[in-house]
Design a protein around this ligand. Structure first.
Ligand code: MRU
Length: 354
């Protein structure tokens, strides 16, 4: 299990770090311009950091939410008088607050549910013991996420053909997890065995996670990466330049319908049309067996200025309306396989537990 000052990670840089005076988050809004950290000291600040995507990616926001509750517990202990009951009540309120930061990725809800169960089980312990238990559970969530990503990498790498050209979308890498990544974990593992593999990253408008974050990770790893704009993917496939598509997920329903960054559905349709295998890589914390299909997945709509502005310049005249759904749902039948830490699942999917 990770110690307080340095959690184990496979990243070239640490994405989320628990310090004695708060939580340091690698500011993902600044990459690739700058590698800088935001110091988060309260649950409110953590909620804001998740909402504004200083930290983003489904597993990473689950870990960040859990660390937000460590900050909450520390805050309660500094305030006197604190009782076990008042501390547990404040922690549960902060779990609700943190969970409300973003609606689509179930990992945040999953992590908060896990922390709630822990808090309820420890509610009659001393405040100091509650803090210790909250810290230990949050660090466990972190460590387990790294382990799940590594297992996903191993299962997924076995599916990658020799010298494969792999198209990925958004960023499902070390930055989006506690470490190593899901889709990029598969790519990392495959590249270690076969350095002739190559990656296509698409830009992923409007927040450009593919252009800014995936290419940054690939360059750091020395994995050859080609950036394309979002509207090029079907044509690149048509030219025979893509052997497989691997993406992450934010929530997978019991029937295998998978929510992921907006644009994923379009890629799955294009892959189907070109007979290219389309894989989703995600830990079991992304599976939501409580919902039957993707129709029940809440899709976050983000502020219109994400579409309206590029680098502080308006890209259309005033008077235009905007629509900015941040995720879409790929129907299960378009997904060749779902790679989790437990193995590779094939259509038809029947997830009964996470
Ligand atoms: O809005 P974001 O950047 O948080 O969206 C991230 C994605 O859609 C990722 O593909 C997904 O969370 C999987 S991350 C391992």
């Amino acid at each position: 299990m990770g110690s307080l000052a340095s959690q184990p990670t496979e990243n070239k840089v640490t994405v989320i770090r628990l310090d004695s005076d708060g939580v340091s988050l690698l500011d993902q809004t600044a990459i690739p311009r700058e590698v800088r950290y935001a110091k988060i000291t309260t649950p409110d600040e953590m909620r804001h950091a998740i909402q504004t995507m200083v930290v983003r990616g489904a597993p990473a926001i689950g870990v960040a939410g859990a660390y937000g509750l460590i900050l909450s517990a520390r805050q309660q202990l500094q305030e006197s008088p604190v009782t076990s009951q008042s501390m547990a009540a404040a922690l549960l309120a902060d779990a609700d607050l943190l969970e409300s930061a973003r609606p689509t990725a179930v990992n945040l809800q999953w992590a908060m549910d896990r922390m709630r169960r822990l808090i309820q089980a420890k509610a009659d312990h001393s405040p100091e013991e509650i803090l210790k238990a909250v810290e230990a559970e949050a660090l466990r969530i972190y460590d387990e996420d790294v382990a799940m990503c590594k297992a996903i990498g191993k299962h997924g790498a076995a599916l990658v053909p020799k010298a494969a050209r792999i198209l990925t979308h958004c960023n499902a890498g070390a930055l989006a997890t506690a470490g190593y990544g899901t889709a990029l974990g598969v790519i990392r593992e495959a590249f270690a065995a076969d350095p002739s593999i190559q990656v296509y990253a698409d830009e992923t408008r409007p927040r450009l996670q593919g252009a800014r974050l995936t290419t940054w990770e690939m360059v750091q790893e020395g994995i050859p990466v080609t950036l394309i704009t979002d509207n090029m993917s079907a044509w690149v496939m048509k030219q025979g330049k893509v052997d497989m598509v691997i993406v992450g997920a934010d929530r997978i329903a019991a029937n295998g319908d998978a929510a992921n960054k907006i644009g994923t559905y379009l890629l799955a349709l294009a892959a189907k049309a070109h007979n290219i295998p389309f894989y989703v890589a995600a830990p079991s914390s992304t599976v939501d067996p409580s919902i039957a299909s993707g129709e029940q997945i809440p899709i976050e709509e983000r502020p219109e200025d994400e579409v309206y502005w590029i680098h502080n310049e308006a890209i259309c005249p005033e008077g235009v309306r905007f629509f900015n759904p941040s995720f879409d749902v790929t129907p299960a039948e378009l997904i060749t396989g779902i790679i989790t830490e437990k193995g590779v699942f094939r259509y038809p999917y029947h997830f009964t537990s996470a």
